[in-house]
Design a protein around this ligand. Structure first.
Ligand SMILES: C[S@@+](CC[C@H](N)C(=O)[O-])C[C@H]1O[C@@H](n2cnc3c(N)ncnc32)[C@H](O)[C@@H]1O
Length: 219
């Protein structure tokens, strides 16, 4: 498999991903994740898509009988394996999921969607593998709607996150980190994509003024 750009960066930082992510979010990432997972009602089988190092596995394992984690990055999956949790790990591409139609009750994508080469393809694949009535829960970095907060946040991304990214990654990769936030279909745009693809319900909620958003949809 040739490595997409949105995977290269994680191959490089896999062993320090959890520390880096917590550090760059000033330690508030666990709060976002708790908000994402808490309202999920649970069931038989969940897919943690772009699971990375499996940061969500312990929380998902409390709600689901079977937890499947899929990621494209082998180094990230190796970190996940070290957690020795009763989870199925699959190396694969979100744009071509190696699962049968209607095999999951729930799909969760935490901070993964904006890294995919085609968000539309990934969402179609998610819909295909979800059972009818199944739920999709997405956490993604956003852009605050308040103009002052938006300016502050974009300055923070440019002046803090990008220079830090430069230390560990090459030009194309750190450009991706910023570009993927700017070009992401935020808020109503993602909701209408989901409805257009045939999800029966979709909504979003801003977290911390819109630094991140949680999107929830039903097939
Ligand atoms: C920011 S990490 C998120 C990891 C984890 N979900 C979390 O919340 O910490 C993004 C993950 O998306 C994965 N990824 C990017 N493109 C992918 C693709 N096409 N298919 C599967 N995983 C992909 C990367 O390898 C990386 O592990």
């Amino acid at each position: 498999m040739s490595q997409p750009l949105g995977v290269k960066i994680f191959d490089r930082i896999a062993s320090s991903y959890e520390f880096t992510a917590k550090f760059l979010s000033f330690g508030i990432m666990p709060y976002w994740q708790a908000k994402l997972i808490k309202p999920i009602k649970g069931g038989k089988k969940v897919l943690d898509l772009a699971c990375g190092t499996g940061i969500l596995f312990p929380k998902l394992a409390k709600k689901f009988k079977t937890v499947v984690g899929l990621d494209y990055s082998l180094p990230m999956l190796k970190e996940a394996k070290k957690k020795r949790l009763k989870t199925y790990l699959v190396r694969g591409d979100a744009l071509q999921l190696p699962f049968r139609n209607e095999s999951f009750d729930t799909v969760v994508v935490s901070l993964g969607l904006r890294h995919f080469d085609s968000i539309d393809n990934a969402l179609s694949e998610i819909k295909r593998v979800l059972k009818p009535g199944g739920e999709l829960h997405i956490l993604e970095v956003g852009i605050p709607q308040n103009p002052l907060l938006e300016k502050l946040f974009l300055t923070f991304l440019k002046k803090v996150i990008l220079p830090l990214g430069r230390l560990r990654a090459k030009e194309d990769v750190y450009n991706h980190l910023f570009g993927s936030v700017i070009s992401f279909p935020h808020r109503e745009k993602l909701v209408s994509k989901l409805l257009h693809l045939g999800f029966s319900e979709a909504n979003y909620e801003p977290v911390m003024g819109g630094i991140v958003y949680i999107y929830r949809a039903r097939r």
